[in-house]
Design a protein around this ligand. Structure first.
Ligand code: AVJ
Length: 318
């Protein structure tokens, strides 16, 4: 498999987009940073470590569900069928599908973090020699530039990891509606973390070993490195909060004192206790997930869960 590096223009555009997003977020009344920026190379490594933590149940639980049920997806594979994975980091869960669906013709991982994407795409290509692996660097919240070589292949969309939970409900609805516009989709497999007791949820986002704290704080390191800001990490702390009204875990970086940071010659001030809101992880009930799907052009064909109902994998059909 030959994987052409992204063009120079893509990289410049990405840098501008990052700058604009960070500046807009830090100027907001409730300071915020878009969670997609968590995943630079270091952030992606830290997230891979998070997935192994005792407290962070979603990855292993979803993997167990996929290993138990993936064979049922064979029903959707016939002739030229492609697995299109949205937001593939290490494609760890992908292997549960690729191992069980040997007749897949292509695998198309789509991710914003190009280095991570290309590395994991090469590993998949090496492991699954007969599979046509076509990595696409892109932000799946926009138009996905699916490769022309897919032609009229039937597509199984794969959106694991409860990444849909990062989206505000309205944006999640828009994403489902957008995915519904992709041609020749026969199934859309979506992993979603389910509502549960607050203690379990908070522990999953504020582990005792501090890996999630490092993941969140890495944003400030990235902004210092890439935008020349002067955040002093000792002046901030990671915080995970349960927002019951919005049914979501929120990650925040809380200022421990009144302080001012400089970025691009602009001063951004923080009151003591003021936070930068860096991520939302929305939690659904199976019923809420089914309703969201049905309102946006899909049928909830099945929702597979684990015995403790911690996590759900929905199989949506057009
Ligand atoms: C990969 C976005 C699904 O929201 O649970 C893990 C990211 N953030 N720990 C999640 C995350 C803190 C994860 N997603």
């Amino acid at each position: 498999m030959t994987v052409a590096p992204p063009s120079e223009s893509f990289q410049t555009e990405a840098a501008t987009s990052f700058t604009q997003s960070i500046m807009a977020g830090l100027r907001a009344r409730q300071k915020t940073i878009e969670s997609k920026w968590l995943y630079d190379a270091r952030g992606s490594q830290l997230f891979d470590t998070i997935t192994q933590l005792d407290e962070y149940y979603p990855t292993r639980t979803e993997l167990g569900i996929l290993r138990k049920h993936a064979a049922e997806l064979q029903h959707y594979v016939s002739g030229n069928t492609a697995l299109v994975e949205l937001g593939s980091g290490s494609s760890t869960k992908t292997r549960a599908l690729l191992n069980t669906l040997p007749n897949l013709h292509s695998y198309v991982p789509v991710d914003i973090s190009k280095d991570h994407l290309y590395a994991s795409a090469r590993h998949v290509a090496d492991e699954y020699g007969a599979l046509n692996v076509i990595p696409i660097v892109g932000d799946f919240t926009g138009e996905i530039p699916l490769p022309a070589e897919l032609g009229d292949a039937r597509k199984i969309l794969f959106f694991p990891g409860s990444t849909i939970g990062n989206f505000q409900i309205g944006d999640a609805a828009d994403l489902l509606a957008q995915m519904r516009q992709i041609s020749d989709v026969v199934a859309f497999v979506v992993g979603v973390d389910l509502v549960k007791d607050t203690d379990t949820l908070i522990r999953a986002y504020d582990d005792t070993s501090g890996v999630t704290a490092a993941f969140n704080m890495n944003l400030l390191t990235r902004i210092n490195r890439e935008l020349g800001a002067n955040f002093n990490l000792d002046g901030f702390k990671h915080e995970a909060r349960w927002n019951d009204a919005r049914s979501r875990v929120e990650m925040h970086l809380v200022s421990l004192r009144a302080q001012v940071i400089q970025i691009f010659g602009e001063e951004i001030s923080f009151a003591v206790g003021e936070s930068i809101h860096t991520e939302n992880s929305h939690k659904y009930t199976p019923g809420q997930l089914e309703q969201l799907a049905c309102e946006n052009g899909w049928e909830a064909d099945q929702i597979w869960t684990d015995p403790k109902q911690l996590f759900g994998v929905a199989v949506l059909t057009p």
